[in-house]
Design a protein around this ligand. Sequence first.
Ligand code: HEC
Length: 274
Amino acid sequence: MRPITSLLRSSAAAALLVLAACANGPAVASGGNELRLEPAPINRLDEESLQRGARTFVNYCLNCHTAKYMRYSRLTDIGLTEAQIRDNLMFATDKIGETMTVAMPAIDAKGWFGAPPPDLSVEARIRGSDWLYNYFLGFYKDDGTPSGWNNLVFPNVAMPHVLWVQGGINRLQTTEYEDHEKAQAAAIAVRQLVMVAPAAGDAVEVRTLVPETPGTMKPEEYRAMVADLVNYLDYMGEPARNQRINVGLAVLIFLGVLFLFAYLLKREYWRDVH
Ligand code: HEC
């Protein structure tokens, strides 16, 4: 039997290794493949961005997905009035207290797409906002899949690229390098979503997307739209967090002012002593 100290030491070493792997930048491993994600440029206190994101969400996502833990009335949180919500965002229902459900029954959806569209209420907490941002940058044309689309971040996803009109059509570009080190260096130089994957023999591939047909939006406009959408998904995963941040800020400001008065009072008390 191994002494308990050596066991402890090896598990501590393992924990350190895991930590080191996590700290190693935005690379995400998936089955031998390594993804380098672009950081999502989002700010959950930016109400205008959240409003634009909510609009994209109800227009392009609620046809298939639900957000059944999210009530329309809650959108007053992000600076909208009930009338604005009713007039601009409610297509599926006329009751403002209703949750974001969808007309398509899950069973049909599974039949049509091969996989049911999951509920998106807490999706940002499952996948994280960087993953989601890159998911919408990661679609490319692939004639080998049933939908005609594939995704670098979610290989063989059943969801079609629903924002292709705006984002345009991308193709996959694969470049082979003789070893992992060269491929890594090339991947870092790309400075956008990229995958490093093992190829035949010792070779390593770098997969990136290249535009084939431009969309109605410029690439930076499309990225901004996707960032707003991801910002909204992130907000929806935990709507109360904005309130907590605001309360926290108010408390800090209050403490700052209190400190100033306490300090002045202390100086007043000690003036006669010194
Ligand atoms: C045409 C129907 C359809 C539309 C519209 C649609 N999706 Fe999907 N979506 C799907 C299907 C089907 C899946 C399941 C894919 C799978 O598991 O392979 C999916 C999966 C996803 C996933 C991955 C879920 C996971 O973690 O496994 C996300 C995130 C997502 N959709 C977000 C969105 C957003 C945001 C929009 C709006 C811009 C949207 N979808 C619009 C059909 C749709």
